[in-house]
Design a protein around this ligand. Structure first.
Ligand code: NAD
Length: 480
């Protein structure tokens, strides 16, 4: 069986413990590889390598760093098919989705930050006739990057690319549930001559490897994407050490549908924003709020389309939803459907595990699920499910829609469907959310700040913000 290896100091290495974890293929439920069960000693080795590599990486300058990163991006693009299949095998998502979204966006992350540094400017201020103030930015040192399982390479590169571009060296940990494409990335780095020790990847469990990264005194900045509870745990450790922290956390995103919207476009996009990647995207809309005058028509049209989605073999181009990432996650999602029923919800479609034939019979598939009849404050509408489950609810006024949309502890993303321009601005303004999409979903411009408010995160990433995050600013004031 294939063994995934750590990537430390430019070399692929087994864990010092000699212990391994199983990596499952969600489509079949079978183990297909082993993952290092690393610990604090592997993290310590990685930090040593990252510290040693720092001066040379920094002295390459922006041109040199940019070229090194672009070589890796080009290579992933050339190997797109291999990466897409690996991502699907590890995560359960359709290969077509990995080919269309995950891997191209991973390439885009590397390219965006590798070229952004070429155009970064330094702020300078003439202070009357008295002085010139300029801001010097230097890389913060070794950056710790920790990523989740839902968009494995996409989010892994989203963390490491701005850190590397800023001149930091990195100790990174992908999710132990989906480590495979980070391993392929390590192989590509070696083959493309990426400088050893600049990027180090340590595989293993969160409470062991992730915690060791968070606690390490020589890692002054942590960039984390994952669950809100884990984010709180990381903050508890990192805050008293005065580390820089960027936390991109969970969500419970509302979709507000007004009767005056372009209904056809809204329906097509809302099916996508609900069930893409099996609903396992932090930006998926999970609470659909619909103006009452249009509610019944919406419900029937939406449920018809959801019923037509195909749950199936991730390698089949006709598949809309593949497998959920793990058995435990599938059980969690199904437990929420049970809870929704107990809370008085009516399941309009889905709500159960799907058993496929042959090799896929033990895979972790769940039918796309639509639930109605629940109020804004029940647990089903307050807690993150992170699977193919959405609720639909009618509203009578803009105020009610906003109150309902803003009622959860989260504030990651929201979608508004209306053709009334004034209302679009007004509602966008009233939503307490890091991102608001109007008449679209998942459109991304990497120059914009990204991230959530409330329990969806702190320390916005994206664009210049992300590059700045990985630096220390020093103001120099020179008398004229
Ligand atoms: P998770 O929090 O369980 O794990 C995320 C990463 O943190 C993994 O690599 C894990 O091993 C590690 N980890 C776990 N415990 C740790 C600890 N004590 N210290 C340090 N690291 C630790 O999240 P997940 O289940 O992998 O991902 C799903 C969650 O991620 C959802 O809540 C989803 O909304 C969120 N997410 C957010 C965004 C965003 O941009 N805001 C994007 C994608 C996913």
């Amino acid at each position: 069986m294939e063994r995934i290896l750590n990537y430390i100091g430019g070399t692929l290495t087994p864990p010092s413990s000699g212990q391994w974890l199983d990596d499952h293929a969600p489509a079949t439920g079978r183990v297909f590889a082993q993952v290092p069960d690393s610990d604090a000693s592997d993290v310590a080795e990685a930090v040593k390598a990252a510290l040693a590599a720092r001066p040379a990486w920094w002295s390459l300058g922006v041109q040199g760093r940019s070229r090194a990163m672009l070589r890796v991006a080009d290579r992933i693009e050339r190997d797109l098919e291999r990466f897409a299949k690996a991502e699907s095998l590890d995560n359960g998502k359709p290969v077509a989705l990995a080919r269309e979204v995950d891997i191209p966006r991973a390439v885009a992350n590397l390219r965006f930050f590798a070229t952004a540094i070429l155009h970064q400017h330094t702020e300078a201020h003439l202070t009357d006739e008295v002085a010139i103030n300029y801001t010097a930015r230097t890389p913060v040192g070794v950056a710790g990057c920790i990523s989740p399982w839902n968009l494995p390479l996409y989010l892994f590169t989203w963390k490491i690319a701005p850190a590397l571009a800023s001149g930091c060296t990195v100790v990174a940990k992908p999710s132990e549930i989906t480590p495979y494409t980070a391993f392929l990335l390590a192989q590509v780095c070696i083959e493309e001559g990426f400088p050893p020790g600049v990027l180090n990847i340590v595989h293993g469990l969160g409470p062991r490897v992730g915690a060791a990264i968070t606690q390490h005194p020589d890692i002054p900045a942590i960039s984390f994407t994952g669950g809100t509870r884990t984010g709180a745990e990381i903050a508890r450790t990192a805050a008293p050490m005065f580390k820089k922290l960027s936390l991109e956390l969970g969500g419970k995103n509302p979709v507000l549908v007004f009767a005056d919207c372009d209904r056809e476009e809204m329906l097509t996009t809302t099916v996508r924003s609900s069930f893409r990647n099996q609903g396992e995207i932090c930006l998926c809309g999970s609470r659909i709020l619909v103006e009452r005058s249009y509610y019944a028509e919406f419900r029937d049209a939406f449920v018809d389309r959801v019923k037509a989605l195909r749950v199936g073999d991730p390698s089949d181009p006709g598949t809309d939803l593949g497998a959920l990432v793990s058995e435990a996650h599938m059980e969690k999602v199904l437990a929420y459907v049970k809870l929704a029923r107990e809370e008085g919800g009516r399941v309009l479609c889905g709500g159960e595990r799907v058993t496929l034939k042959g090799d896929l019979a033990q895979g972790w598939y769940v039918a796309p699920t639509v639930i109605e009849g629940l109020g804004a404050h029940c647990r089903t509408n307050q807690e993150e499910i992170f699977g193919p489950v959405v609720t639909i609810q009618p509203f009578d006024s803009e105020e009610e829609a906003l109150a309902s949309a803003n009622s959860t502890p989260y504030g990651l993303a929201a979608v508004v469907w209306t053709n009334d321009l004034k209302r679009a601005h007004r509602v966008a303004d009233g939503l307490h959310s890091g991102i608001v999409w109007v008449n679209c979903w998942m459109e991304r411009d990497l120059r914009t700040p990204f991230g959530g408010v409330k329990q969806s995160g702190v320390g916005r990433e994206g664009g210049w913000e992300a590059l700045k995050f990985f630096t220390e600013a020093k103001n120099v004031c020179v008398k004229r």
